[in-house]
Design a binder for this molecule. Structure first.
Ligand SMILES: Cc1cc2nc3c(=O)[nH]c(=O)nc-3n(C[C@H](O)[C@H](O)[C@H](O)COP(=O)(O)OP(=O)(O)OC[C@H]3O[C@@H](n4cnc5c(N)ncnc54)[C@H](O)[C@@H]3O)c2cc1C
Length: 329
């Protein structure tokens, strides 16, 4: 009988791991949300489409570059060839043309993960709340104590602060997990009835509140409707995480007005998303965590860095160890 493995989280790390291990083990991926991709996210409302998490990804290792190019060939990804400027209160001060391809998912950022997930067994809207020792493995249950299954090995790809809450105290990498620091982010989504010419299509922002703005229609495969995605700074988000959402939105709009000279307070569509764990400030500094005696492990961007590719590298490194274990078993 094949080893059964539960993977918690269908972000890019969980899906990469699942793909690499399928065939060698019985894989079930549990995802608490309705959609796949985790922080590679896309939200569609009223004909507007927003990549409200990761904006694009780069692929530097040959393995990930090959995966990204394959996704382009299959229509799950494309290259976003537009310049990313820098915006300050003094105006547009720089135009940093891309020196390496900036990949995006098609038709939204989550499309990349959806493409890779084809053929995997994924249980959506299944939030794992507890791991209990059971025989030689682990019994998983949700918040309402519903049994989710029994597995020989369990790997969490949830952000480190959520993985800590899942792993038993006996997990040998508990101390390493505690060293990780992640920060939040607010994302403002603005949909407009009219076309908008800002003189740029994407910009990093130097401002006490905001850090990024993109016009979604500048990306290949997106809706023509004018949709703006704006990220706050991580340090500003951390200081305002528990603040009233209306106040957060108002302050972000005020900053936008100061920077662009435009008032977006009554657009056709306005929405705010709070990322509690958006970016990695201090990673573990090792590619993955694995406790072979307990059969528990963890991987994700927070092991190595702050990017989609860090999440993929982490998952690939853990899959190598697991493949060796499965083949030796
Ligand atoms: C606002 C923002 C902007 C970003 N910009 C960029 C960028 O431009 N370029 C870049 O490369 N990276 C960017 N990133 C970072 C990038 O999105 C992440 O590095 C990457 O997506 C992390 O993937 P992951 O699989 O490790 O984690 P995640 O994508 O977080 O996946 C973890 C999954 O686990 C699920 N989960 C959590 N707990 C449970 C549970 N108990 N049960 C079941 N499921 C659970 C979650 O719902 C999620 O789907 C950005 C992130 C954010 C939030």
């Amino acid at each position: 009988m094949k080893t059964s493995i539960a993977i918690i989280g269908a972000g890019i790390a969980g899906i990469t791991l699942g793909r690499n291990l399928s065939g060698l083990a019985d894989i079930t991926v549990f995802e608490k949300s309705r959609g796949l991709g985790g922080r590679m996210a896309n939200r569609r409302r009223e004909g507007f489409s927003f990549d409200h998490g990761a904006q694009y990804f780069t692929a530097r290792s040959p393995a990930f570059k090959a995966a990204a190019e394959q996704a382009v060939a299959q229509g799950h990804a494309d290259i976003w060839p537009r310049a990313v400027h820098t915006l300050t209160t003094n105006g547009l001060v720089a135009d940093s043309r891309p020196t390496e391809p900036r990949y995006i998912g098609i038709p939204g950022m989550s499309g990349f993960a959806n493409g890779l997930a084809e053929g995997l067994e994924i249980r959506k809207e299944a939030s794992v709340a507890r791991l209990a020792p059971s025989g030689n493995g682990w019994a998983l249950s949700d918040n309402e104590d519903r049994h989710l299954g029994h597995f020989d090995l369990v790997i969490s790809t949830a952000p480190a602060p959520q993985t800590i809450r899942l792993m038993p105290e006996t997990f040998s990498a508990h101390a390493a997990l505690k060293t990780v620091k992640m920060s939040g982010c607010f994302t403002l989504m603005i949909g407009l009835d009219a076309q908008l010419d800002l003189g740029f299509e994407a910009a990093r922002i130097e401002d006490p509140v905001l850090s990024w703005i993109a016009i979604e229609a500048s990306k290949p495969g997106r809706s023509e409707k004018t949709a703006l995605t704006i990220h706050s700074r991580n340090d500003w988000a951390e200081a305002n995480l528990e603040r009233d959402r209306g106040e957060v939105q108002a302050e972000m709009l005020q900053s936008l007005k100061r920077l662009l000279g435009k008032n977006f307070s009554t657009p056709a569509w306005l929405d705010l998303h709070r990322w509690r764990y958006a970016n990695v400030e201090r990673p573990v500094g090792q590619p993955f965590l694995f406790d072979p005696a307990l059969g528990l492990g963890a991987c994700g961007d927070w092991c190595l860095g702050n990017r989609v590719e860090a999440a993929v590298e982490s998952a690939l490194a853990l899959s190598e160890i697991l493949i060796a274990r499965l083949q030796g078993a």
